[in-house]
Design a protein around this ligand. Structure first.
Ligand code: MG
Ligand code: ZN
Length: 369
């Protein structure tokens, strides 16, 4: 019996030595199995969107949203450097740069050191970049990708950061007034035009091409809500820019798309507002996924900066979606976790539960960095 065990142990040791000897072959195999890096990145933020916003919308419309059909999902914590409950400045900054900051700050650490966003990191590599949002372009979330300011409400300074950015190629959103109706009396759009930018005010007329940066202003301030007549430009503008950039960006592109007003619907505790903004954002997700499926080299990541409204879903009769009730517990943000959904090369990195500062690291890893 004892001898048998000894022989068994010996055989195991022999097997172990054998497998150690075969390490180089295993490494080669691993190199072959390493997924191709993502050439293009589409990063999508539902501002104020957590699980209840998704499930409530699905219950209200009686079908699944596109984002939940994505093959990989994870969960992130969202606290800021100084508060359990983040604002969109610190939340956007954590996602955009990988650094925690204090509520109210954008594009810099809590000690006010400016840090690069993933948009800027990818631009440095020669990728084209774009922002498409349903709020003013100077608002906290898009601003976190381009501007550096200790106060997210310094809209005119933030517009100046946009005007002077050498990393941004295209944007679609509101807030034209912060570029032209300014305390310093400057017309930033004139300055940008001199530097090769062109401007449009309707998606149909917008001509995006490789030789010029371009912005499409949908409003002087914030675009109106979908329920008040906003067009479906978030999805259509996303699709149009994807087409443009995929045709001309040899080194790929980075695009951030934000469903900005999901948050405002949460603040208003308005379920009809919430559902229509969720559908609008999900239509943009659909456009991104349709592109990524055809393209094959595009990573799509859908997440949120925080939850808004402290929403839970109560009541509801099976198959009678209209009986569902949206129960808001606050008019502000909450501290609960939010989802991450991913599709495409590197999407496997996004499973599990982690902090919002990890998202950029996973995206950079997926892109081969
Ligand atoms: Mg926002
Ligand atoms: Zn908010």
């Amino acid at each position: 019996m004892k001898l048998n065990r000894f022989v068994f142990f010996l055989s195991l040791s022999f097997l172990f030595i054998l497998s150690s000897c075969s390490t180089p072959a295993t490494e080669n195999q691993q190199a072959e199995n390493t997924p191709k890096p993502a050439k293009n990145i589409i990063f999508m933020i539902g501002d104020g969107m957590s699980y209840a916003q998704i499930e409530g919308t699905e219950n209200a419309i009686g079908k699944q949203l596109e984002m939940r059909k994505l093959p990989v999902s994870g969960t992130i914590t969202t606290h800021s450097a100084d508060k359990r409950i983040t604002d969109s400045g610190a939340g956007g900054t954590a996602l955009a740069t990988g650094f925690k900051t204090n509520n109210g700050m954008i594009g810099m650490k809590a000690d006010s050191t400016a840090v690069p966003s993933m948009l800027e990191i990818f631009a440095e590599e020669g990728k084209q970049t774009a922002l498409v949002v349903s709020c003013g372009i100077t608002h906290a979330t898009p601003a976190s990708f381009v501007a550096k300011d200790i106060n997210r409400n310094n809209y005119e300074a933030i517009a100046k950061d946009f005007a002077e950015s050498e990393k941004l190629n295209y944007f679609i959103g509101g807030a034209r007034k912060h570029f032209i109706d300014r305390e310093d009396k400057k017309n930033l759009l004139d300055e940008m035009t001199a530097r090769g930018w062109q401007f449009f005010d309707a998606l149909e007329n917008a001509k995006f091409n490789a030789s010029k940066n371009a912005a499409l202003f949908m409003a002087d301030e914030h675009p109106v809500a979908v329920k008040d007549g906003r067009s479906d430009y978030l999805a259509k503008g996303t699709a149009k820019l994807l087409e443009t950039m995929s045709a001309q960006a040899e080194k790929g592109f980075f695009m951030m798309v934000e469903g900005s007003q999901i948050d405002w619907a949460g603040h208003a505790n308005d379920s009809a507002y919430l559902v229509t903004e969720m559908i609008d954002f999900d239509n943009a997700v659909k456009a991104a996924i349709e592109f990524a499926k055809k393209d094959g080299e595009t990573l799509v990541v859908v997440t949120a900066d925080h939850e808004t409204g402290g929403l839970t879903i109560i009541n509801g009769v099976e198959k009678e979606y209209s009986t569902v009730r949206f129960n808001f517990s606050t008019g502000n943000h909450s501290a609960v976790t939010v989802p991450v959904f991913a599709y495409g090369p590197g999407s496997e990195y996004f499973t599990g539960m982690y902090d919002n500062t990890e998202v950029i690291k996973k995206i950079l890893k997926a892109s081969g960095k």
